[in-house]
Design a protein around this ligand. Sequence first.
Ligand SMILES: Nc1nc2c(c(=O)[nH]1)N[C@H]1C(S)=C(S)[C@@H](COP(=O)(O)O)O[C@H]1N2
Ligand SMILES: [Mo]
Length: 243
Amino acid sequence: MSLPPGQQLRSDFPRFGLPPYANKFPTQTEDCSIIISVPDSPPLTADLTSAELSPVKLVADFHCVTTWSFSGLEWTGIPFADFYRRIVEPLLTSDASIKGAVLSAQDGYRTSLLMEDLLRSNVLLAYALNGQPLSIEHGAPVRLVAPDQYGYKNLKHLKCIDFHTDIPKIKRGLRAFLDHPRARVAEEERGRFVPGIILRYLYRPMIRGTAERFRIAMQNDERKKERLANERPTPKSNEGTRL
Ligand SMILES: Nc1nc2c(c(=O)[nH]1)N[C@H]1C(S)=C(S)[C@@H](COP(=O)(O)O)O[C@H]1N2
Ligand SMILES: [Mo]
């Protein structure tokens, strides 16, 4: 199998991301609806499980900007282009054309994408992975899957999509520097100003520690939930204490 430039295959698919998000988790993991907004209209909630949207399966590889890749993930979800044509386009009032979107997640993570990248046929709003509902690790309840873009555009725990007539620029400082507006894997667009071939070597040493940090944070969160579940009095014992 040939990998994109600078990528190396991993044997597992880790929970991963920018370190500040390691300890942030979605508050809601069941409801597959997202809030969408277009210029000059109030926001609207769209349910991805609605009958007018037909889910598809897509087998794709996943490429993180730090150079790890994982091969052969089977996602289930709604093709982004179908969602856009059926749900978003009918809301557009002005004839100004939509050029990009900002995606926001339940953990506070945000990213922007160009419409030409979002409307590719292999982009999904995914809610299942390998036949199971998305786990918290991999983006429950809904995530973007854009296999031609680096992982950092594949936003997990998707909450809102805001469509814009200009190309949205949402990151400042170092984040802006590291965020390429397109982040195409095939072109090695890892960052905005530094060539991808250089960033490869800067990012690669960060993989092990980041994966470990995300793994431990997940483990701690699971333990915390378990503890809370055990501490919570059952309805029966509640009754007993009532006078
Ligand atoms: N909400 C959210 N989405 C996110 C991130 C994040 O920290 N929070 N990290 C991004 C990065 S950098 C990567 S590599 C992938 C990792 O996806 P995974 O955890 O399913 O492997 O999620 C992307 N989407
Ligand atoms: Mo990443």
